[in-house]
Design a protein around this ligand. Structure first.
Ligand SMILES: Cc1cc2nc3c(=O)[nH]c(=O)nc-3n(C[C@H](O)[C@H](O)[C@H](O)COP(=O)(O)OP(=O)(O)OC[C@H]3O[C@@H](n4cnc5c(N)ncnc54)[C@H](O)[C@@H]3O)c2cc1C
Length: 385
């Protein structure tokens, strides 16, 4: 990493995940000078290790951000930067052993989001659509779910940001450079980097950056394990166990379990460009991925039997940046001049994160509509000094 001669950028960004990279891209596109500081590697967090589904977030507040993110991905696809959003959704199948909860779910989703065309499928009808599923399951099919390689969007966005002139510095952690009630830049490798404004996009670690005292914690890590498996006949659709949509929106409260067989998990299976991700856990502390891989595979085989004998290619863990109300914190941080939040996209960062970053970039640039109250960073109060 070199900090030589970045000058004084208009904006410094902490975090090279999908949100930080997107903020860099939009700001650079508007002509701002940008430096992004990433401590490990672009996509080192959940942005490079997620399950790989671009999908509808169910929360009505986040729908506009999802639609805008699809638009951003279409443009990125056209630019040929190594990311391709499939032309049509592969379909999302929310599966369960019983039909009644699936019917209820389809009814609820239909009331809120009729454009997803929820359809209940059982028996032969379900197997005809998705032969990889076990017999006897029921599913609610929705018109969403675009499988993408987990790191592809983040890498392509970072490449585009750099092509537009943003500087990405990898290999050192950044902290805030404060002067009184204002943030005037970053401290990187013990050296000041002055900037006109600072965006914190450090995923689940963002509160540590904003408030190192540890008192202000509107976002917490929710750790997930994903297992990369080899399947001879991978399903085409995105498959998730029913209930994952509520865990995702409401956050988690379970305590960490000592034994892998007792760790709670929700099944998901996504195949993008020949690679299949099997998930996942929702844990408050960092799990041991190799210990959990066989457990996830065994549980997954109840839904997709060929998983029982599927070779494991790799295992990974990463943390969702989960806020207390399941929505991101975007825009100016109250009472700290020059500081902007862009974090807390929880389980939906690949599906809504780029649009969240665009709202923050627009706020810095003084453009467009204000940040909606429901995602305004100010709703969680003032960090301690
Ligand atoms: C198991 C799992 C599966 C998921 N699947 C999906 C999915 O299918 N679809 C979907 O939409 N979303 C999914 N998500 C959610 C999505 O991955 C996240 O919401 C998103 O990646 C968060 O992006 P981010 O940029 O906010 O944070 P991150 O990706 O965590 O990036 C933050 C970056 O900041 C860096 N950083 C932290 N502190 C500092 C510092 N002090 N200085 C410099 N750099 C720092 C970190 O190294 C990291 O690279 C999943 C998440 C998990 C955990």
């Amino acid at each position: 990493m070199s900090l030589e001669a970045p000058g004084r950028p208009d904006v410094a960004i902490v975090g090279g995940g999908i949100v930080g990279a997107s903020a860099a891209m939009f700001l650079a596109e508007a002509g701002a000078s940008v430096v992004l500081v990433e401590r490990t590697a672009v996509g080192a967090g959940a942005s490079g290790r997620n399950s790989g589904a671009v999908q509808h977030p169910f929360d009505p507040v986040l729908v506009a951000m999802h639609v805008e993110t699809l638009r951003i991905y279409r443009r990125l696809t056209d630019e040929g930067l190594g990311f391709t959003l499939p032309a049509e959704p592969a379909g999302l199948l929310l599966v369960a052993a019983q039909t009644a909860p699936v019917e209820e779910l389809a009814r609820d989703i239909g009331l809120l989001h009729p454009q997803l065309h929820p359809t209940v499928l059982t028996g032969g009808e379900l197997q005809a659509i998705e032969p990889a599923l076990a017999a006897g399951l029921s599913a609610c099919r929705l018109d969403t779910g675009y499988p993408v390689p987990p790191a592809a969007a983040t890498r392509a966005i970072a490449r585009r940001a750099e092509a537009l002139g943003a500087r990405i510095l990898v290999g050192a952690a950044a902290s805030l450079q404060r002067r009184g009630d204002a943030v005037v830049g970053l401290i990187v490798d013990g050296r000041p980097l002055d900037a006109g404004a600072v965006v914190v996009a450090a995923g689940p670690w963002s509160p540590d950056v904003v408030d190192p005292s540890g008192r202000w914690r509107p976002v917490r890590p929710v750790w997930g394990v994903n297992v990369e498996v080899e399947l001879a006949r991978p399903p085409r659709a995105v498959i998730e166990q029913t209930g994952v949509e509520t865990v995702a929106t409401a956050g988690v409260a379970e305590t960490p379990s000592q034994h892998p067989s007792e760790v709670p998990s929700m099944f998901s299976l996504i195949t993008a460009e020949g690679s299949t991700s099997l998930g996942s856990t929702f844990l408050p502390s960092e799990p041991d991925p190799p210990a959990l891989a066989p457990v996830l595979r065994e549980r997954g085989a109840r839904f997709v039997p060929q998983l029982a004998a599927a070779p494991i290619r790799s295992v990974r863990a990463c943390a969702r940046p989960q806020s207390a109300d399941g929505r991101p914190l975007l825009g100016p941080v109250p009472d700290i001049a020059g500081l902007y939040a862009a974090f807390g996209h929880g389980p939906w960062g690949i599906s809504v994160g780029p649009a969240g970053a665009r709202l923050v970039a627009d706020a810095i640039l003084g453009r467009r509509a204000p940040i909606p109250d429901e995602v305004d960073a100010a709703r969680f109060g003032v960090p301690t000094a």
